[in-house]
Ligand binder design. Sequence first.
Ligand code: NBG
Length: 811
Amino acid sequence: MDAPSTATSLSPHGQGGLLGAMRHHLFSSQAKSPSLATRHDHYLSLALAVRDRLLQNWVDTAETYTRAHVRTATYLSAEYLLGPHLENNLVNLGIHAEAQEACRALGLSLEELIAEEPEPGLGNGGLGRLAACFQESMATLEIPAIGYGIRYEFGIFRQQIGPDGQQESTDPWLARGNPWEVIRPEWSYPVEIGGHTVIGVAHDTPILGCGVHTANTLRLWSAQAPDAFDFASFNAGDYTRAVLQKVQSETLSKVLYPNDEMEQGKRLRLSQQIFFVSCSLQDMFRILKGQGMAPTEFHRKFAVQLNDTHPAIAVAELMRLLIDQHGVDWDTAWSITTAAISYTNHTLLPEALEAWGLELFGQLLPRQLEIIYEINARFLRLVRIRYPGQPELLERLSLIQEGGHQRKVRMAHLAVVGSHQVNGVAELHSKLLVENVFHDFAALWPDRFTNVTNGVTPRRWLAVANPGLAALLDESIGTTWRRNLDQLRGLEPLAHDGAFLARWQEVREQSKQRLAATIRQDTDVLVDPASLFDVQVKRIHEYKRQHLAALQIVERYLRLRNGEDLPPRTVIFGGKAAPGYHMAKLIIRLIVGIAGIVNIDPAMRGRLRVVFLPNFSVKLGQRIYPAVDLSEQISTAGMEASGTGNMKMALNGALTIGTLDGANIEIRERVGEDNFFLFGHTADQLAELNRNGYHPLPWLENDPIAKEAIDLIGSGHFSEGDRDLFHPLLANLCRHDPFRVMADIGDYRRAQNAVDEAWRDPQRWSTMSALNTARCGFFSSDRSIQDYAERIWKVTPVPVQAGQVLTSPTG
Ligand code: NBG
């Protein structure tokens, strides 16, 4: 069932219009007859037909925003993990059923066409996906907004899983064209980097709201050389040189860095940052001028949100543009800059806090560095007056990190100093930011720091991903939950109703069957949809502790071999490891090794299966989340800023086994402690352990079960007799254990036993599952965006009326 939408009734195409439009595009856009058309041709025809529909929304939105001189939120993010557009647009336009019918009439399967769409993987993980959820929520809430980023030609690498673990290959997502973008060469800007000029060209993608007429813009910059071709060199016979500049410039937007952690000396990465930030700010000045507003009114027109420190250079670049290009004096420029900009921090991990060597910085961005020095001098002067005689404090606060073998620019400090608001992404994370990383800043400016807990869009993560559950919700509580997720509360009384629970189980069963089919297709492993689906999908990182889950599987394997009676489980992993992160890749290798033994051992048949699903993505996530019984959220407390997969799973009816970390805490508060399997040390308890000098050995010596599992891995049982393969991983666990696996493994086992017990009572499990869905309305990204809009951006919704402009040829 489709969301109620104003768009349907506005459609100028009438009944069967989509069908006609598909036929039209097959001929006039694809130049194909039906008999020669490939499935991809049909997908493109449908995509273009849908695009035709949403163009009216898009044009009307731009027209409304321009006429109404709206205050606008701009979101600067180096990553957007968008996922495929087609189905989401069908749902948000309310024309899913119409598309189904059109496809049927053409003898096509809508599901197959949807599966044809390559996904723009322009992000690494949660941070990029959050940016995408936020764009969709802003459109749905009718908030004037522009998302700015980079149009990477190659997104996050594709992952294959073989016997040796992860292999990477490139992701040419644009190879067969992109029907969703419009190139706008008229909006191109020069950016000077290291004495060379690169041109950024706007590529716009419409972001549709759900059930409203709004379609906002995601504007991604693609790099071009100013002179694509050097004729002088060509004429002189130097063919290579003739295209060199072009190649060098275009390298800028070639590829996404497959890592969301800091890597030193990444010249290209810093170039990418200034490139997209400068283009975006220049674009804002162009818009400002178009509105007849002065450059000094910048902060009245725009609220600029920095998604992590990747765009933090915006602080210096906005100052530069105001002062050098628009002739504004320093003090005025500074108040405009800090009034406009705010910053979201997404991690406490020290290695992820960006800092650029001064030498590199000065080579690439000499003027911006000069400005940063001046910002720093003025800032430190202020601190000195407020706290006289505290040189260590000055050193801690400075935008320039002294000490070490290299002086560096601290991008997080630049972002904090240049923002009026700084937020973390879950309550615990925001609290730890103020207590630790930004402690001195928080003492200086307590009001600057705040929390906005993350959220996920219920359109993609429920309506699109889980059509069965969506239909059941529509029937049970009405259809308005899509735009007001708190309405899920209406399910609570049903969570104890036997007839409803039977439907609930049926829907979940179907989702699990669908996932089982995908697993079969992608890995050749047969899994039983009636078994408990125990799932951990997310980037592979030691702090997320996939190795803790792996150890628990080995323990279970040993217990089953000893004849214990445990309910059947299928443990499913997915996620990419940064290509240079050896320990993470070794963890994948371990999981693959365990799967290789467990899945062929006759004693495990019907009791335990282990699967590593390759190439985790938005698309795959949509298949997985609805089918999760047990959501593994087992990071070391204090290390996961928020997590958003935890929200997607609970929203779809999974029970969580988790630590008191990130948003787990808030999920547990809401779903109730009886409906959540808690384990492990808290962040405070771990801090206490650290103070006393943590060592894993005493824990291990007191835990024969864990020891046996570790010994079995060390014996080569899961590596064809190779005793060395996993040595680095095991040695690290037994000697240092930086992520406190050994401190938590015992309690994790206890919680897993509680899971087994609960699973034995299907009725009880279903009630807990339904209550998780009923109580997760808070985790809608609509709520997060409302929070940003009201408290940080001061941007209010501006509804878009249909028919602002009569540009549609059919309108
Ligand atoms: C990630 C955190 C997650 C969080 C997302 C979105 C980075 C740097 N941070 O816990 O690890 O959910 O950001 O806020 O990728």
